[in-house]
Ligand binder design. Structure first.
Ligand SMILES: [Mg+2]
Length: 417
């Protein structure tokens, strides 16, 4: 049996440990530039606030006091996460930290009858020791454990042991296909076109069809739904951060798009490199700008743009290309910008398991492998002492703005960072 522990509304729950007056109120945590929503309390979910929603869209209800918006305190979340994972390890023979607020528990050798009590004790410990509410699902495979946890969270059941075939069938029939672990929005859309709306629909498809449509990884998900465990997580880095970001205040205000584009490309390349160094891949990225607060006649503005990656990526060129597209979206000619930054969010371990990689079949799988090999090669060439041997062309700009912000963007020998 496999378990999945998932902390409920983790960042908000962490904030509530410091400030109990947040209990029972609509609370959101914003990404580290305060650009978009990265965590929501149940009360905030009920108000219709979406994950990743830009903060300016909910400014009105924040100002009215209907929602409390907090800047993320990632050191706090990390500290609590490490202590929680230590608790998990006390109860399971072996655990895999999957993300800052999720861990898989390998319960091999423990009788199924004992799982509910063990789960309840873990829930109580997490609450008593750390004041964090968690939900635990147990099942025969990781995919079903994920489903059990989702079911538990939606139905207010803290520990869900999901082994009964009939019960599994009826739960799968009530869950939409895009809620299946590893199914991206694009793939879900494609499956909708084939008449597959629920996870139950998917589970009823013939195995051969799943294999030919979705490749071996789709087939793996299908097998897991049947109770056949076949997804292996690689060893997961405990130090995976929740987000990686880079931003700079410019020595002078910037209205030159080419210059801004090169800065965004440089930040993108840096955050992508850090993402790969910690063994992660990201699902979401955000680019933001702020104008100079003291230029009152122009009015202060802080535009942000966010997008998601499906499949998740750690490829510098994908991240830089996307970052520049986001910049084009928010950059207003004539505005003078003071700060700019890039944030990568929703970081998960870059494991071998990523079914969405295969939504376009073999060609996409090859593209992903190529990208990984290229990034590996670049990371080997760019050493700590000489980090700019290979760069993205878009980091370079011919225009000179006439100041040095510490980044080289001219052609010729690279300057150390
Ligand atoms: Mg969670």
């Amino acid at each position: 049996m496999t378990g999945l522990v998932d902390c409920n509304n983790f960042f908000v729950s962490c904030e509530r440990t410091l400030n109990p007056s947040l209990e029972g109120r609509a609370v959101v945590v914003l990404s580290n530039n305060d650009g978009c929503v990265v965590a929501r309390s149940n009360e905030a979910k009920k108000l219709g606030i979406r994950m990743g929603q830009p903060a300016f869209e909910i400014k009105d209800i924040i100002n009215k006091g209907q929602v409390i918006a907090l800047s993320g305190n990632h050191l706090l979340y990390r500290a609590i996460s490490i202590r929680l994972h230590d608790i998990f390890r006390e109860y399971a023979p072996s655990t895999t930290d999957y993300s800052v607020d999720e861990a898989f528990l390998d319960m091999t050798g423990i009788p199924v009858d004992a799982l509910e009590d063990i789960g309840k004790e873990m829930v109580a410990r997490c609450w008593n020791d750390e004041h964090i509410p968690v939900t635990i699902g147990f099942a025969t495979t990781k995919t079903l454990a994920k489903i059990a946890t989702e079911y538990g969270k939606k139905n207010g059941v803290k520990v869900k042991v999901l082994v009964d075939r009939d019960e599994i069938g009826s739960i799968l029939d009530r869950m939409i296909i895009s809620d299946l672990w590893g199914i991206g929005r694009r793939l879900a859309k494609r499956l909708h076109a084939k008449g597959i709306y629920t996870i139950g629909d998917f589970a009823r498809c013939p195995r051969q069809w799943v294999r030919s449509e979705m490749g071996v990884t789709g087939e793996r998900s299908w097998c897991e739904l049947k109770g056949e465990a076949c997804i292996d997580l690689d060893h997961v880095d405990r130090n995976l951060q929740d987000s990686v970001s880079e931003s700079r205040t410019f020595p002078i205000d910037i209205d030159d798009f080419d210059y801004m584009r090169s800065r965004i490309a440089i930040y993108c390349n840096h955050v992508a490199r850090r993402l790969r160094a910690m063994g992660g891949q990201c699902e979401e990225m955000c680019v933001w700008l702020t104008t100079n607060r003291f230029h009152l006649e122009r009015g202060y503005s802080a535009p942000t743009a966010t997008t998601t990656f499906s499949p998740p990526t750690s490829d510098s060129s994908v991240i830089a290309t996307t970052g520049i597209a986001l910049l084009e979206h928010i950059f207003q000619p004539g505005c003078l910008y003071k700060r700019a930054g890039v944030v990568l969010n929703k970081i998960t371990p870059a494991t071998s398991f990523a079914p969405t990689l295969f939504e376009d079949g073999e060609s996409q799988r090859i593209a992903v492998l190529r990208s990984k090999r290229l990034m590996n090669a670049i990371d080997k060439v760019n050493t700590k002492s000489n980090p700019q041997v290979v760069r993205l062309a878009v980091e370079l700009t011919k225009g000179h703005v006439g100041h040095n912000d510490g980044y080289s963007s001219s052609f010729g020998p690279a300057k150390p960072l």
